[in-house]
Design a protein around this ligand. Structure first.
Ligand code: BEZ
Length: 211
């Protein structure tokens, strides 16, 4: 069955371009992003891995470890990394799992047979420090992902883990937030003594509390 939000991200041991890793051990107390790409030496994937490598400092700043995967093997990944460095202007600075036996792909339901029997789709899993799945996104092979959106969601996940707030449509770090629907006005007075604007009784808006 597909993984659902709140499920424990399945643990595994796998070969990667940076050696053998045990996933949960490797995550430690960090957040994690596990993402699959369909195949090595393909154009969209090349741009995606280059982009993730470029913005890796943004993941580091948020205490997020990033790891890629495809059903090709580690030897193939390492050869392809040469092309990525050459064409995308950055070395690949995160591990890539080789999964020729599809152990991890099956655990995370990354092969969608009605899309392709042989290739993984473009899955993204964001995993919290509690090892629970916080976000899943699936893109088709023909569409490169928006990794700035992944960072944006991580900002929201980390904020809403710390404060009893939610983030509105198209929110970006620093924007106004919404008091969680389960928070009464009495509790909100204690949590947010700086006050808020009541647009409707169920829509209470305030500046981002940690800014
Ligand atoms: C690509 O990365 O360009 C790609 C990979 C597999 C199928 C289609 C496109």
């Amino acid at each position: 069955m597909a993984l659902r939000l709140g499920d424990i991200a399945p643990d595994f041991t796998a070969e990667t371009t940076q050696g053998t890793i045990n996933f949960h051990e490797w995550l430690g107390t960090s957040w994690g992003v596990l993402f699959s790409h369909p195949k090595d030496f393909t154009p969209v994937c090349t741009t995606e891995l280059g982009y993730v490598a470029k913005i890796k400092p943004e993941f580091d700043k948020r205490n997020v470890k990033v790891i890629g995967l495809s059903v090709d093997n580690v030897e193939s990944h390492l050869k392809w990394e040469g092309d990525i460095g050459e064409t995308q202007g950055t070395p690949v600075n995160f591990p890539m799992i080789g999964d020729p036996e599809r152990k991890v792909s099956d655990l995370y339901d990354m092969i969608h047979p009605n899309a392709s029997d042989t290739m993984t789709v473009r899955s993204v899993f964001v995993i919290g420090p509690d090892k629970k799945v916080k976000l899943t996104i699936t893109y088709p092979a023909s569409t490169g992902r928006n990794f700035d959106e992944v960072l944006r969601v991580i900002d929201s996940l980390q904020l809403t883990a710390q404060f009893k707030v939610a983030t509105p449509a198209n929110w970006k770090d620093g924007g106004d937030v919404i008091i969680g629907a389960v928070v009464s006005d009495e509790e909100a007075k204690v949590l947010f003594p700086q006050g808020w604007t009541t647009v409707k009784p169920y829509l209470r808006v305030l500046p981002q509390p940690n800014k």
